[in-house]
Design a binder for this molecule. Sequence first.
Ligand SMILES: [Zn+2]
Length: 220
Amino acid sequence: MRLATLAWTDLPAPSGPLLLVPLGATEQHGPHLPMNTDSVIAEALTGSIADGRTDRIAGPTLHYGSSGEHAAFPGTLSLGQAALELAVVELVRSADYFRGVAIVCWHGGNAEALSRATQLLHGEGRRIQVWRGHQVGGDLHAGRTETSLMLHLAPELVGKERPAGATEPLVAIKDALMSGGVRHVSPNGVLGDAAGASADEGRQIFAKLVDDLEQFLTQP
Ligand SMILES: [Zn+2]
C-alpha cells in the first residue's frame, strides 16, 4: 500500500499497518547521476517490500537529509543533523496510529541524526526501527554500486560517463573528508569508480538489499 494516494477511510481501524518511510537526500552524485539518487533507491526498496501487502504501507519519501559533506557542490541541499533529527522525531511522534515506523535510509550522512532520534523515541516507548542500506564490499558514493542501482531503477537519469573519483577506503580518507568535505578528496564528487557498472549488476545488488531489508523487518 502507498499512504499518499489513500483516503483516511481506506485505512483499517483501530490501528494501522507498519509505516515505512523512505529517507534519501538531495545531493551531488558525481557528473553522471542525479541529485535524487539516494531518494530513488530508498523509495524503490520501500515500494518493493510494501506493495501488495496490507500489513505494510509506504509513506511519502523524505527527500532531504543531512548532506553537509557535499555542500561545496552546486545543487546540494541539506537539512543538517539537528533539523533532520527533529524532523524524524516529530514525524514518528505523529505516527502513533501505525503499528510502528521503519525508516528505510539510503544515505550514510543521515546516520548520526537517525541514531539520536531513535534513542529519544525509544525512550518515549515508540516503535521505530532504522534500516541503513549499504552494499557489502561496494564503493562509497556515486561509484559502481550506485551507478549500477540507478541503471537498474532509473536508466533514463544516468549519464553516459562512468567516472572514477577517490577510490581509497573510507578509513584512509575520513579525516580529510570530515575537515574539508567530499570536494576536498574528490573534485568530481565520486567516492569509488563507476567503471563496469551495469543494470544487471544493479538488479542483483537490489535483490540482495531487498532480502536484507526483509530480514531486518522480520527479525524478532
Ligand atoms: Zn548516494
